[in-house]
Design a protein around this ligand. Structure first.
Ligand code: GAR
Length: 208
């Protein structure tokens, strides 16, 4: 069977990218990461991608007159390479509606909270400040809103009274690394169906 083709967009450390890469290499996902795109020249994740021999492109926002043209240049690069799925992995920009329109249902994101709680930046700090007893991680399809698209998988972690942003982030990150590859696997097995706001996960062998 032909392997699926993944593009990863990232802005920083890239630990979720590495977790996805590992899962593809170990044969846990019937797909490969063939392209990494970054908007930050020195992103650690981009350095890892180059080390792995993955084509890695850097797009500088300043080189484009506006956000939409910037996004369209990225979209063109993705389209040219016949990508099946775009994974946002710590990509710290909001994608324009024009970008979403070109790849609807084929963009996933990982967020360090139990959405719809605590969208946007500093999700772990938001959870600590609110005083919730549980938080977690969410993998979702991307729509035009901020962290608002259909939810694919979630994982819950406890929040302890003596947690700092760092200790909570670390606990959540472990779950991110577990559920992101799992969600991507389900996608390539054809088991995810978007029905309005919801994602239906079909049973194994029931992907028609
Ligand atoms: C991850 O915790 C991810 O969930 C978060 O950024 C971190 C990136 O880490 N994303 C968001 O907050 C998006 N709203 P990584 O670069 O090591 O994968």
């Amino acid at each position: 069977m032909k392997k699926g083709r993944i593009a990863v967009l990232l802005s920083g450390r890239g630990s979720n990218f590495r977790a996805l890469y590992k899962a593809t290499k170990e044969g846990k996902i019937p797909a490969e990461i063939v392209l990494v795109i970054t908007d930050k020249k020195n992103a650690l994740g981009a350095a890892s991608a180059r080390e792995y021999g993955i084509e890695t492109l850097y797009f500088r926002r300043k080189d484009y007159p506006d956000r939409v043209l910037f996004d369209m240049a990225i979209a063109d690069a993705i389209e040219k390479r016949n990508i099946d799925l775009i994974c946002l992995a710590g990509y710290m920009r909001i994608l324009s509606p024009e970008f979403i329109k070109r790849f609807r249902g084929r963009i996933m994101n990982i967020h360090p909270a139990l959405l719809p709680c605590f969208p946007g930046l500093h999700a772990q700090k938001q959870a600590l400040d609110y005083g919730v007893r549980f938080s977690g991680a969410t993998v979702h399809f991307v729509d035009e809103g901020v962290d608002s698209g259909p939810i694919i998988l979630q994982s819950v972690v406890p929040v302890y009274q003596d947690d700092t942003e760092e200790t909570l982030a670390e606990r959540i990150l472990k779950e991110e690394h577990r559920i992101y590859p799992e969600a991507v696997k389900l996608f390539f097995e054809g088991r995810l169906e978007i029905k309005g706001k919801k994602v239906i996960i079909k049973n194994e062998g029931d992907s028609s």
